[in-house]
Design a protein around this ligand. Structure first.
Ligand code: OAD
Length: 236
């Protein structure tokens, strides 16, 4: 790994593992969200076309639930890094919760969308949304009743990939936190980082599917290993 003091620009990818200790279910663990619900029933455009009520109810429940959760020490440590790191930083999250922001992080990009946004499929406006969508409320911008969760479903293109690759090309370090490495293109960022010759570090409870791509892997709970790593970065 490059000497810490040679690092200026950092790209961090986070996944469900960073929010697990806040009480939000991960997707692929035992009893995880994709064991409780079939992806094909709730997280594809086809599912929404077939049974919109089922899909809207599922996301209404998730939207309500995340608002009762709190950031944990891993989110707080990343927010501290964001405040204190004078170099480039981009926290790319696959998570649709808002715990990075509620901890105080600002340089956050939600590549899989956000629970607390509704997307109007009539006028393409995104509005902050904390209540339910099941009763087909009006879009605040155009008054159509065509709002859907602003969450990227399987078969849809993740958001802002050009910005993510631009940040990666300028980065000296790529860090992956709490993600299983099962879903592309997020899972492929580490390979991109290696091709660019960037230092790579993985922080996860267990080795991810792409663990062999990382130069260094540290295993443990995010609430312990993320603050530890950030202390090293801020006090080299
Ligand atoms: P996964 O559920 O696939 O993986 C979560 C990872 O976090 C696993 O590798 C766990 O070992 C790890 N983990 C669990 N608890 C942890 C803890 N306390 N500390 C550190 N690590 C922990 O979730 P993601 O990789 O985020 O996409 O899933 C990627 C995408 O698949 C999601 O964004 C979502 C899902 O389908 C969409 O909905 C588009």
């Amino acid at each position: 790994m490059a000497a810490m003091n040679a690092i200026r620009n950092i790209v961090i990818l986070t996944g469900a593992g960073i929010s697990a200790e806040s009480g939000i279910d991960t997707f692929r663990s035992e009893g995880g969200l994709w064991e409780q619900h079939r992806v094909e029933d709730v997280a594809t455009p086809e599912a929404f076309a077939r049974d919109p009520d089922l899909v809207l109810r599922f996301y209404d429940m998730r939207r309500e639930s995340i608002q009762t959760k709190l950031p944990n020490p891993a989110h707080e440590a990343l927010a501290r890094l964001d405040r204190q790191w004078t170099g480039g930083l981009l926290i790319v999250t696959q998570n649709v919760d808002d715990l990075h922001e509620r901890a105080g992080a600002r340089r956050v990009l939600h590549m899989h969308g956000e629970h607390l946004n509704a997307w109007c499929t009539a006028c393409d406006t995104r509005s902050r949304w904390t209540g339910p969508l099941i009763d087909r409320p009006e879009c605040p911008a155009c008054r159509s009743r065509a709002l859907r969760p602003d969450v990227v479903w399987f078969g849809e293109m993740p958001y802002r990939m050009d910005e993510i690759y631009r940040a990666l090309r300028e980065a000296d370090l790529f860090v992956s936190i709490g993600t299983s490495g099962a879903v592309y293109p997020a899972a492929g960022l580490v390979q991109g980082a290696r091709e660019l010759g960037i230092a790579t570090l993985e922080l996860n409870l267990e080795p991810s599917q792409g663990s062999h791509w990382f130069q260094e892997t540290r295993l443990g709970r995010a609430s312990a290993i993320v603050p530890e790593w950030i202390d090293e970065m801020l006090n080299p």
